[in-house]
Design a protein around this ligand. Structure first.
Ligand SMILES: NC(=O)c1ccc[n+]([C@@H]2O[C@H](COP(=O)([O-])OP(=O)(O)OC[C@H]3O[C@@H](n4cnc5c(N)ncnc54)[C@H](OP(=O)(O)O)[C@@H]3O)[C@@H](O)[C@H]2O)c1
Length: 337
């Protein structure tokens, strides 16, 4: 497969490292031979139809802050120019999440689909804003649009949902989908105030310097939109989600819940009638009562009841494995060589 990577931050670089260390395994186990023909970051692009020297690209990114110095042809090109200049079959979209207009990921995905490339995105912004439309375009063009890494990082949530739903029907999805807020709520259970727990999460690298997306519940809402579309077959976007974050939670609320064998978790819920994100009081024995940065997703099936999957919901390397999973799936289903 010939691939282009848009965005070369934590996830993009982890993916390339994984590719380099697992090249032989991927070839042997899945017949997957991946050639990276271009990488684009915010300052430019490295392009080589023969395949980029990935060690060199990593070194250039480290030393010069851009990949553009790494190829015999290094340009100040944008992604559209790059797609037009090389032969590739798949775009990996790994730029930052923007919930105002989805850019630059939205344009990247649209351009790639229009020009005949399959798309794997770990960037949830474009999906949260326009998933029904993007899926329609991909279907119309008979191309793959894959997004395993957008929900649960490396946790195979979407594959789990697909497997559970064989012969049964998923009627409800509930999830602890944001590790940062879950860490804060867990530490508040240990006695910290909200602001103290947030600072600690920032110091440990779990929360961004600007934690608004996490704390407001918007990150959870984005992931819930993706689950609602993919698992429940709804046609919803971020606008359809009622969102309440965790900033208003007081230590007394947590203490009171704890005293009665319960706990507070920020949970996204989607079923036939509603889609919302809100702190909910649940039993400490509920499988959704995971601690620290863990994620958990419970699916309720019409006949077989509740099934839960849990694990580490983020991280560069974990999310990179989801990209690999999507590449394998594209190869298996679309017979890309
Ligand atoms: N990190 C995780 O654990 C995780 C887990 C799941 C999903 N995600 C999602 O995956 C995506 C990437 O995450 P990340 O942590 O790798 O983010 P990041 O470290 O902030 O990297 C973003 C990358 O996008 C590049 N970029 C910005 N504007 C661009 C443009 N116009 N054209 C091309 N590249 C551009 C940046 O370039 P420069 O390097 O030049 O600044 C940077 O390389 C995000 O949408 C995130 O929400 C992340």
């Amino acid at each position: 497969m010939n691939i282009i990577i848009a965005g070369f931050g934590t996830v993009g670089q982890s993916f390339v490292q994984l590719l380099m260390s697992h090249r032989e395994f991927l070839k042997k186990a899945y017949g997957l031979v991946i050639k990276v023909v271009a990488i684009v970051d915010s300052k430019g692009a490295a392009v080589s139809q023969r395949g980029l020297d990935l060690n060199l690209v990593m070194r250039c990114k480290r030393e010069y802050g851009t990949v553009a110095k790494a190829a015999s042809v290094g340009y100040e090109m944008n992604l559209l120019e790059v797609i037009r200049s090389v032969e590739a079959d798949t775009l990996i979209e790994a730029t930052h999440t923007n919930l105002i207009n989805g850019e630059p990921g939205m344009t990247h995905i649209l351009n790639a689909l229009q020009l005949g490339l399959n798309v794997i995105t770990v960037n949830k912004g474009p999906l949260a804003l326009a998933m029904p439309m993007l899926k329609e375009i991909a279907e119309h063009k008979k191309l793959a649009l894959k997004f395993s890494g957008t929900v649960g990082g490396g946790l195979p949530v979407l594959a789990f949902a697909k497997e559970c739903a064989k012969g049964d029907r998923v009627v409800k999805v509930e999830g602890v989908l944001n590790g940062t807020t879950n860490y804060i709520l867990t530490r508040m259970e240990d006695g910290l105030r909200f602001d103290e727990a947030l600072v600690e999460a920032q110091e440990k690298g779990y929360a961004e310097r600007d934690p608004t997306l996490d704390v407001s519940g918007m990150d959870t809402a984005c992931k819930l939109v993706i689950l609602a579309n993919e698992v429940l077959g709804k046609r919803v976007t971020l606008r359809d989600v009622k969102v309440e974050g965790i900033a208003g939670i007081k230590p007394e609320d947590i203490k009171m819940a704890k005293g009665t064998g319960k706990t507070v978790r920020l949970i996204g819920v989607a079923d036939e009638s509603e889609v919302f994100v809100k702190p909910l009081i649940i039993d400490q024995s509920d499988p959704l009562a995971v601690k620290y940065t863990y994620n958990a997703i419970t699916l309720t099936l019409e006949n077989s009841g509740r099934h839960t999957i849990t694990g580490k919901g983020a991280g560069g390397r974990e999310t990179a494995t989801a990209i690999i999973r999507d590449l394998i799936s594209i190869k298996e289903h679309l017979l890309v060589t």
